[in-house]
Each structure stands twice: as structure tokens, then as C-alpha cells.
Design a protein around this ligand. Sequence first.
Ligand SMILES: *Cc1c(COP(=O)(O)O)cnc(C)c1O
Length: 364
Amino acid sequence: MKSKEVLKQLRPYKQGKQTKDIQKEFGLDYIVKLASNENPYGFSDKVKELFQTNKPDFNIYPDGYTTELRSLISETLNVRPESLIFGSGSEEIIQMLCRSYLSVGDQVIMTTPTFPQYKHYALIEGAEIVEIPVEEDGSHPLETMLDAVQENTKIIWLCSPNNPTGTALSKQELQDFLVKCPSEVLIVLDEAYYEFLQQEKDLDAIHLLNEYKNLIVLRTFSKAYGLAGLRIGYGVADALIVETLDKVRGPFNTTSLAQQAAAAAFSDQEFINYTYQENKKVLAQFQDFLTSIGWDYYPSEANFLLVKTPESGMDAYDFLTRYGFIVRPGELLGIPNTIRVTIGKEEDMKVLQSVLQDYHNQLN
Ligand SMILES: *Cc1c(COP(=O)(O)O)cnc(C)c1O
């Protein structure tokens, strides 16, 4: 048997160490997972209440049109219901985008480092990848990305705030970019960390959709909403894009459980606000601590921080793991000598800081 040639050069997604692995390996009780930018405060009580009273019919297929959640989001964002596409995580929408818009020999443009699935799925479709390194501060090199556009460019990927650097685009930057970008090129704006952005930094991307029919905005319930385990995210775009994606979408790609939970979570913006406020406070504390020991980091508008480490990121990762802190070494993210740390709860971050202080002292 012979699979697609390109698969020989790809590796299955290697997930970070799981809490259970560390428990076993180091015999630890206290473990804090700060590796996948999940919400440390859990999820909305409305979701908990929902499943205490409402037992879904697991024997019945989900609503393939996601009717209830669709109308809720379309009303709140003030977009047409036909402008929404749902996926098993926004990750699946990334996959659908590649399946729908890329053929062998097409070109895609992205920055590096960024979310690895843009590249992975594009390679599977046989596309040629142009990766342009982030600027010094971790932001998108937008001008250089535009310069790389060719006849065969199909998709440009933008991630704001960018994972793993945490830097966000400004409204002006995005607007200038959209004006200059040829309208045949699809622009994907991945806003997985949208809820962590300060209000005044909101790109207002949803409004821009009226003007730019070649733009799709991706959002997810996995991060601030705390529903990563349920796998649900959505895209907002012109109805024509959604219609195209719908042709490659599996008919029942999101579960009834996920749809109901997402609707309950979406209607609890108080929880999102709480998450936002806590994250902002603890992120600032963590940044202050790093500054106090002379460590540098990228400016973050998200719920994680990319920290520059004195030795390799792997070395810091190994040290932290022994104390029960699971972070992501930059070596695995394409940006060596860094670690990406999800901003956890205040009390856990205090402990992390003391472990980092020990690590720092030990190196000096
Ligand atoms: C986490 C993440 C996603 C995907 O999350 P899903 O769980 O698939 O919705 C997409 N983009 C970025 C940048 C992310 O960090």
C-alpha cells in the first residue's frame, strides 16, 4: 500500500506530556499544566447546570446545521446565519480551508513561528509553503508577507494574538494589509485568543467582513470558554466561503454535547470577563517577576507568554517538569531558547515563580 507521497515527511501531532505521565514519572501530586493555553478557571457554571438538568439523547445524531448555537452567535455578532461555519475545534476549520482551497502546486503564506496546523494541512494538499520569520518583537512581518504573494498564492494565514509569540495585530495594520492584498487571495484571521485582547485592541474583524469577501475569522470555544475537551469552534465569513467549506465538512462534525455546551458558555459573558480580568492581572505579575530576574519575553496579548530562557528551552522545561510544571519548550514550536507558559491561576503562578527563581539562581 502506498499513501500520499507527502505524508512521508510529516509526523503525527506530538502532544505535550499529560498530567498522568508526569504523575507517574516523577511521583508528584502537585501538577500544573501550562502547556496548551487551556482555561485554568474551568468553564462557565451555566454549562455545569445545563448538564445537571438536561441529559442529551446520545442515540440521536446531532443537528448538522447547529441551529441553536448558530442563531445565538449570529444575533450576538450581528452577522447572517449563513456566514457561520462550525468545526470540531477551529482546528477542523483550518483543515476544511486547506481541503477546499488548496491543490498541488498552490502557494500559502504564513509567518513562523505560528500555529503549526496551517502548515501541516497545507502540506497534505500538496501546497508550497512560504514561511516568513516574525519580527524581532514576535509580530507578523506583514509587508514581507504581501511581497511574497504570487500568481499561485491561495491563502495567507494571520494569527492574532499569534501563537506562540502572543503578539497581536493592530487595527491599522490589518486594514492596510487587507487593502493591499489581492482579493483572489483568501485571508484567514485566526482569533483563537480573541477574548483575552483588551477591548481597545479589538480588530473589529467581523465588521471588515462586509467589505472583504476574501476574509474569514476563526474563533474557538477551547481557550477562554474552557471547552477544549468538547471540540468546537467557528468561522465567520462571506456566505460564499461558508458554502464552499460546507461541501467538505462532515455532516455531523460537531457533537450535540458540544453544541449545547457552547451555547450555554457563549451566553455567560460574565465568566469570560472574569477569565479576562484574572488573566490580565496574573500575566502582569508574571511579567514583573521575569523582569525582576532579568529574563526577557515577547509582549503578549493572550493567556500565555513566550519567555526567553538563559539556556535552551528544553533545559528549562526539564527543570520545571521535575517540580510539576508542564510548559511547552520553544524547541518544539520552532523558536529555540524559549518556553511558552500558559498563564495559570495566581497561586500556581506564585509557586512557578519560586521554581523559576531557583532555576535562575542555579544557573548563576
Ligand atoms: C488552540 C488554537 C486553535 C485551535 O483550537 P481548537 O481547539 O481546535 O478550536 C487554533 N488556533 C490557534 C492559534 C490556537 O492556539
